[in-house]
Design a protein around this ligand. Structure first.
Ligand SMILES: C[S@@+](CC[C@H](N)C(=O)[O-])C[C@H]1O[C@@H](n2cnc3c(N)ncnc32)[C@H](O)[C@@H]1O
Length: 205
């Protein structure tokens, strides 16, 4: 399978991180970890730092990403620690969520797809969270000027408030924006939503 440029970018980064022993959780993974529970899907797990930590805290985790070096590391580490992690290499252009989960996490993933695909993936995430379960989603938004890891016609930046609006019928537990400086004086602007899916017949608090 030919890899997309964005996946090659991350696969190279993960190889370097494994070599350097750099497995620190990023701020969004730390934030999401407080809400993950039960059967967890990490959609676009990268190196699997969140997946491993969730499993250490008692979750059963399925973790999927197209970058082989991240998945190889995750499989090896989960086996070494005897953790309940199923880790798969798959491309989300063709792989779809196969069952429902208590928690679905997608950090830094959806902007690597054309808008129509990204919105369909967001709907797919929402559809596969069990009632009362959690979705934790983080994307880059308009205002981001660091574009080096994107393919010109194969990415999208979300509108600043778009993620929150997409979860309008859910109980929003966290909604925040973050900006970070990036190489060459550029900027990364993120939106994060962590939300609970309403139970059938329940009302939004
Ligand atoms: C910014 S990284 C985020 C990784 C991890 N969630 C984190 O927070 O560190 C984006 C991830 O999306 C994955 N990705 C990008 N395009 C993909 C595709 N078409 N199919 C599967 N994974 C993809 C990359 O391999 C990479 O691991």
């Amino acid at each position: 399978m030919a890899q997309r440029r964005s996946v090659e970018f991350f696969d190279t980064q993960f190889q370097r991180q494994v070599r350097d022993g750099d497995f620190a959780l990023n701020p969004f993974e730390k934030l999401a970890l407080a809400f993950v529970h039960g059967q967890v899907l990490e959609f676009g797990c990268g190196l699997g730092n969140l997946a491993l930590e969730a499993a250490r805290r008692g979750c059963t985790v399925t973790a999927v990403d197209a970058a082989p070096s991240g998945i190889e590391h995750l499989q090896a580490q989960a086996a070494a620690e005897g953790l309940p992690v199923r880790a798969l290499v798959a491309d989300f252009e063709s792989w779809h969520i196969d069952r429902n989960y208590d928690t679905i996490v997608a950090i830094g993933l959806l902007m690597f797809f054309p808008r129509k695909t990204a919105l369909a993936m967001l709907e797919e995430i929402q559809a596969h969270v069990l009632p009362g379960g959690i979705a934790a989603v983080n994307v880059l938004t308009e205002g981001t000027t660091f574009l080096g890891m994107f393919e010109p016609d194969h990415h999208c930046l979300f509108a600043v408030d778009e993620l929150r609006r997409a979860f309008a019928n859910w109980e929003i537990l966290v909604h925040r924006g973050d900006s970070f400086p990036a190489p060459g004086g550029t900027l990364k602007v993120f939106s994060t939503v962590i939300a609970r899916k309403p139970a059938p017949g329940g009302t939004k608090p």
